[in-house]
Structure formats: structure tokens, C-alpha cells
Design a protein around this ligand. Structure first.
Ligand code: ASP
Length: 353
């Protein structure tokens, strides 16, 4: 009699456990099926870019300005896509793509970076590769033409992760990176923004003061998955208009503005840096996938449009996972962004579509 009760209990127990595990499996499947951009079939390669998020409204755009942004985003995306298609590395795709945007005055990175309170340009950048979890970052660069290359050099050619100020510039010179006169970074538009910010005694996020209402964070970033299955992420910015005290935002902080892990995803962020640092946004997206087993879309949306919205941390992120799924969440009116996958899906966008 006792024996049969024991057997009955064992049977019930095993049925209970089977039920639990099939529920968690079906949650995973449902998540995947609920998003049209979630595939379990691995893309050979995938890439996503951003050129900053913020109050970017169609009504404030001129057709010329819109065209200029679309063209530059398309150019940057195509450069990275071509590298990946030809079998190049995710690292090369990320740095070459970001350089196109750094060299354009349209974005708050490299040429076109915002001014500090002292009337200088101080740029930050970061890089991470998902295979080795190696990372490099620079803060407060004033003369290095392409800060993303300095971040990548820190990752590949030094024992360190973060170099700042004069030391970071000495290192960049030693790496034979292109050095320019600080005047190279000057743009009339950013200079005027500084004058308005000084007058208003405000420290502003990128173009938050734009008189045409184009309020955005103009940081640039790129994430990529290559044919070897390796992920990489990079981000580059001029930071905030009228910043002082050598302020750094999230961009040079690995895990805040940039993160890559082959087991999960690659993430590059743009937005109000102080929130992205405190909520460790890029790492949090990866950690949700790793610890909770949720898909990329669920993880990235719940951080950007869940946690950050609750605390009024504005911004967005571009993310790609190890299957080549892409997610481009943002909680602002718009985000300059684009993506391309090996299966031919691609696009560049500005507003909420
Ligand atoms: N995240 C950058 C910072 O806080 C700003 C931006 O994304 O435009 O420095």
C-alpha cells in the first residue's frame, strides 16, 4: 500500500516537472514567433547602425536635410554590409561604418562633435568584440580624427580597456592614427548651439537646443555579426553641448553604451548617458538574454521602452544577436538608424514607422 502511494507521488512529480519545462520552452517559441524579426535560422551576417536618437520629427525636417541623413546612413550601412558579405570581420565592418559617420558633419561624433563649455571638442568612443570579450575605449580626445580607431587600438594593441585625455592621445600617436588640428572638428551649427547653451546656462544633450526643434542625441554606433559567427559593437560621440569638468557619458563605459558577447548579442546605445551608465543598459540587454533566456527583441525593448522610460532616461540602441536577429528600440520620437541582413532584408529609417 505504502509502495503504491510512493509510486503515485513519483509519477505526479515527474508529470509536474515535464509540464514546467514544456511551458518554458513554449514561452521561448512564442516569443520568437511573436516577432517577425526573430529567426532561429542563423543569418550569415547582419549589421545595424544608429546616428543618434531624440526628438526627431518629420515636421521639423527639410527635404534636403532628410535626404542628406538618408544618404549618409545608406552609405555607412552599405560599407559595413559589403565587408561582411565579402567575409570580412565584424570588427572591420563596425570601424569602417562608424568612420563614415564620424567623417560627416551631420552627426555628433568626429567632425560635427559638440563643443564643451571651454569651446573645445572632446570625443569619446568604445569598441568590443564578442568572441574574446576584449574591449577598448577612449575619453576626451581632442586631436584624433577618428576616435573609433583609437578605441579599437586600445582593444587590440594595449593591455587596458579605457584610456583618457593626453594619455589616450599619446597612445593614438604611437599607433600612427591620423592626428588633426582641433579646428578640423569645428562646425558653425555646433558652435551656435554652444553659444545658446551658455546663454541659457544649460548642459545639453547634443542638439537638444536646436532652434529648428530637431532635438536628438547625435552619437553614432554600429553592431555586426560576421560569417564566422562573431559579434562586435562600437560607439562614438562628442558627448553633451556645454559639458565641463571632463564629463564622460556612457559611450566610453563598457557595458553602458557598448557591449558584445558571442553568447548573446552586440549592443550600441545613444541617449542621456548618465541613465545609460546607471542602468548599465548595453550589458543589461545581454544579461537578460543570458540569465532569463529571452530573445533579443524582448530583452532590448524591456530595457529601452520599459526600465528607461520609467525613469525618463531617453534614448535608444541598436542590437544584433548571434543568429543575426536585429532590434532597434528607442523611446524618443525618432532615431537615425538602419540595418541589413544576409537574406536581403534592409532599410534605413528616421522616425517612428
Ligand atoms: N550618450 C551620449 C552621452 O551621454 C550622448 C548621445 O548619445 O548623443 O555622452
Amino acid at each position: 500500500m505504502k509502495k503504491s502511494i510512493l509510486l503515485f507521488l513519483l509519477l505526479m512529480g515527474s508529470l509536474f516537472f515535464q509540464q514546467c519545462s514544456s511551458e518554458s520552452n513554449s514561452t521561448r517559441v512564442d516569443n520568437n514567433q511573436s516577432e517577425k524579426n526573430i529567426n532561429t535560422e542563423r543569418q550569415e551576417y547582419a549589421i545595424a547602425i544608429h546616428g543618434g536618437a531624440g526628438t526627431i520629427l518629420k515636421k521639423n525636417m527639410t527635404p534636403e536635410k532628410e535626404k542628406a541623413y538618408f544618404e549618409k546612413l545608406e552609405e555607412a550601412l552599405s560599407v559595413g554590409e559589403k565587408i561582411l558579405k565579402a567575409g570580412g570581420t565584424a570588427q572591420d565592418a563596425v570601424s569602417e561604418t562608424i568612420m563614415i559617420m564620424e567623417n560627416s558633419p551631420l552627426f555628433n561624433a568626429g567632425k560635427g562633435a559638440v563643443f564643451t563649455n571651454e569651446g573645445k571638442n572632446e570625443m569619446d568612443a568604445s569598441f568590443m568584440e564578442g568572441k574574446t570579450m576584449n574591449a577598448g575605449a577612449v575619453g576626451g580626445l581632442r586631436v584624433v580624427k577618428n576616435p573609433i580607431l583609437a578605441a579599437r587600438a586600445v582593444m587590440e594593441k594595449s593591455d587596458h580597456v579605457l584610456l583618457t585625455g593626453n594619455g589616450a592621445e599619446t597612445f593614438s600617436r604611437e599607433q600612427n592614427l591620423e592626428i588633426v588640428d582641433p579646428q578640423y572638428f569645428y562646425t558653425e551649427r555646433r558652435w551656435e548651439s554652444l553659444q545658446r547653451a551658455i546663454k541659457a546656462e544649460k548642459v545639453e544633450l547634443s542638439e537638444d537646443d536646436d532652434k529648428d526643434g530637431d532635438r536628438k542625441h547625435g552619437t553614432v554606433g554600429c553592431v555586426a555579426l560576421d560569417k564566422n559567427g562573431d559579434l562586435a559593437a562600437g560607439t562614438s560621440t562628442g558627448g553633451m553641448t556645454n559639458k565641463r569638468y571632463n564629463r564622460f557619458g556612457d559611450v566610453p563605459i563598457i557595458g553602458a553604451g557598448t557591449y558584445a558577447n558571442n553568447e548573446t548579442c552586440a549592443v550600441s546605445c545613444t541617449g542621456h548617458g548618465e541613465y545609460f551608465i546607471r542602468w548599465a543598459v548595453a550589458h543589461d540587454i545581454s544579461a537578460m538574454m543570458e540569465y532569463k533566456g529571452v530573445d533579443l527583441k524582448t530583452a532590448s525593448e524591456s530595457v529601452i521602452n520599459g526600465k528607461l522610460v520609467k525613469v525618463k532616461g531617453s534614448g535608444g540602441a541598436v542590437c544584433v544577436d548571434s543568429y543575426g536577429n536585429v532590434s532597434l528600440p528607442f523611446n524618443s520620437a525618432g532615431m537615425y538608424r538602419g540595418f541589413a541582413k544576409a537574406n536581403g532584408e534592409r532599410g534605413v529609417f528616421i522616425y517612428k514607422e
